[in-house]
Design a protein around this ligand. Structure first.
Ligand code: ZN
Length: 196
């Protein structure tokens, strides 16, 4: 295999990059400034040493524990359970949550061979047993896998009567018209309706 074929093949393994995009990127890299290529190569080669999962919550961090787990001003009575480290960034950017997070590392998906044993449920249970949580907020995705995972969490916590277990409401997009909402979003919004 030539150096170019090798590069194309490796680029094509990135999510969202097909063989066509991979070859376009490879030709771009050949023509581009070599200092940029070296910097990009170094960034890729060292990213896993510099950014890694927090030993407490599992979100990506450059220091352990992460700044969220380490922040004494955060509300230690609320634990928000998410699928992926990126979800922590998304929820944080909403500015609407001040508690702690727990990253599962995915969702239960038997078709993809992901069972409960592949996700960090035992770590989650240990944190809940040792912590001072009053509310567990399930923030898994509004997908079939996310729903299955949410039900599984509720099942795991069924004996913890002292905890209130909530799930993110699946709302309608702000500024959107009901007529443009898709049926599933609308059905969920109806089911998750709140007292007004
Ligand atoms: Zn953390």
């Amino acid at each position: 295999m030539t150096a170019l074929e090798n590069l194309v093949q490796n680029l094509a393994r990135l999510p969202g990059i097909g063989p066509k995009s991979a070859s376009r990127l490879a030709y771009h890299l050949i023509k581009t400034d070599s200092a940029y290529n070296k910097q990009l190569g170094l960034n890729i080669a060292t990213i896993q040493e510099q950014v890694f999962p927090c030993s407490i919550c599992g979100s990506f961090t450059e220091v352990d524990p992460c700044p969220i787990c380490d922040d004494p001003s955060r509300d230690k009575t609320q634990l928000c359970i998410v699928e992926q480290p990126q979800d922590v960034i998304t929820l944080q950017s909403s500015g609407a949550f001040d508690g702690l997070y727990h990253v599962l590392g995915g969702a239960i998906s038997p078709l993809d061979g992901i069972g409960p044993e592949n996700l960090s449920f035992s770590k989650m249970l240990k944190r809940i047993a040792e912590g001072h949580f009053k509310e567990i907020i399930i923030a898994t995705n509004p997908t079939e896998e996310g729903d299955t995972t949410a039900l599984y969490i509720r099942h795991l916590l069924k004996d913890k009567k002292e905890l209130s277990i909530t799930r993110l409401a699946s709302g309608l997009p702000i500024g959107g018209d009901l007529e443009y909402a898709d049926r599933i979003t609308l059905a969920r919004s109806l089911k998750g309706r709140i007292l007004f």
